[in-house]
Design a protein around this ligand. Structure first.
Ligand code: C2E
Ligand code: MG
Ligand code: MG
Length: 407
């Protein structure tokens, strides 16, 4: 049995649907896919009793919205508030904007929504969602196993910097309309030993707290510049993006040091893009501007990262010397099926076109989203669908193989 089939077999699913024929059809689909534990409920009340009576939560609820007694919306609410949370696939015959609103509600309440199904029910859609869900669940489990809880002390981080244990992984950015490579985003990792790779979520805030973030950013830029030199010699000459922490804005010496590093590298500053999160810019506009303007003056590109999470206004954006805007994954994931995300995306794209900004869509995982973005005129795409971040030794072989999509 393949790993996927085995993981599907281990799933526990609850189908909540008032129509007997549709409920039985869904139960049957789950069984045909190989799920061992499939239970059913004809309304939210019975479903809730079943959920609360179980010792462990169901892995997945396939939940209709309109049901007598307790409807799907209320059930999802109660599920989110319980200690028996599970992922939810929302099913309904109603309009997509309503289904998306419920999905948004569920995610806002902390539930995982692998996707929605607009009736009429189709076997391929059910299969696609369950398989995607299982793949992601397995990946998440592996990541959790790999990501131990690292409590990194000042000493440990300082010595990691001294011993050059930070490495960069590179994620391709691809020009949507031509498929050409547009650049790479450098994402830092801490290589504790051969088998232990620590992700930025586990050390960036500690570096900020211990005042080591400027040293780390300096190291990241140094590594990115020297990698670019090697790539140029191998025939790859595209910009590299690096992330800057907002904490560095307070240190005026730091921008001077950074500029000196870039100037002495001999590289073209235009080939370096600095990414700063939207929230960081808004929180300290004055300090952010002074550092960013210096980098822009030198010729570097400037990018607003995680756009859509920080409520910046169009006026603020038009006043900043940015060259690129990266739309956060939260506004991209599932866009092909969500009218409200499409409206936001299209108006953001039109704003970027008017302001002369390059728009990068971040975190694309699904083919349908990629296709929608391609059709809508998106400039640049980045995400697991095309390629996850790669260790440096994989980049050249991938490039020489014709940049195959790695999904
Ligand atoms: P970010 O700059 O927004 O980078 C994108 C993050 O999303 C990366 O996580 C990347 O691996 C992940 N990602 C890319 N494509 C997909 C996708 O399709 N789906 C999903 N779910 N995720 C995707 P990573 O490498 O763990 O980095 C997390 C954050 O840590 C970065 O977010 C950035 O804010 C920060 N970071 C990374 N490197 C540095 C650095 O050198 N300095 C600073 N200050 N922060 C850094
Ligand atoms: Mg970034
Ligand atoms: Mg981002």
């Amino acid at each position: 049995m393949t790993e996927l089939a085995d993981a599907i077999k281990r799933l526990s699913v609850l189908v909540v649907e008032d129509s007997i024929s549709q409920r039985e059809w869904l139960v049957n689909q789950c069984r045909c896919l190989g799920v061992d534990t499939v239970e059913q409920a004809e309304n939210g009340r019975i479903a809730l009793d079943k959920i609360l009576a179980r010792e462990t939560p169901f892995d997945l609820l396939i939940c209709d919205l309109e049901m007598p007694d307790l409807d799907g919306i209320e059930l999802i609410h109660l599920l989110a508030a319980s200690d028996k949370r599970s992922a939810v696939i929302v099913v309904s015959g109603r309009e997509m904007s309503l289904i998306s609103a419920v999905e948004l509600m569920a995610t806002t309440e902390g539930l995982w929504v692998p996707g929605c199904i607009q009736k009429p029910l189709k076997a391929e859609r059910v299969a696609e969602l369950i398989q995607q869900f299982v793949k992601r669940k397995e990946k998440y489990r592996q990541d959790c196993r790999a990501r131990k809880n690292y409590a990194l002390s000042f000493q440990r981080l300082k010595s990691a910097l001294e011993q050059r244990q930070f490495v960069l992984h590179y994620q391709p950015k691809v020009k949507m309309q031509t498929g050409e490579l547009s650049g790479f985003e450098a994402l830092v990792r801490l290589q504790l030993d051969e088998n232990q790779l620590v992700f930025p979520g586990d050390f960036i805030s500690a570096c900020e707290k211990y005042n080591l973030i400027d040293e780390l950013s300096y190291e990241v830029v140094r590594l990115a510049l020297s990698q670019r030199m090697m790539w140029i010699a191998q025939g790859i000459d595209v910009p590299v993006s690096v992330n800057l922490s907002a904490v560095s804005f307070s240190n005026e010496d730091f921008s001077g040091k950074l500029i000196q590093l870039i100037q002495t590298s001999g590289d073209d500053p235009k080939k370096l893009i600095f990414e700063v999160t939207e929230t960081a810019i808004i929180q300290d506009m004055g300090k952010a501007l002074s550092m960013l303007a210096r980098l822009r003056l030198l010729g570097c590109g400037l990018s607003i990262d995680d756009y859509g999470t920080g409520y910046s206004s169009i006026k603020q954006l038009s006043q900043l010397p940015f060259t690129e805007l990266k739309v956060d994954r939260g506004l991209i994931d599932g866009i092909a099926a969500k009218a409200h995300l499409q409206v936001i995306f299209e108006s953001t794209l039109s704003m970027c076109n008017k302001l002369g900004l390059t728009l990068v869509a971040e975190g694309i995982e699904k083919k349908a989203d990629w296709q929608y973005l391609n059709k809508s005129g998106c400039h640049i795409c980045q995400g697991y669908y095309y390629s996850p971040p790669m260790p440096v030794e994989s980049v050249l072989p991938w490039y020489q193989a014709g940049m195959p999509a790695l999904s």
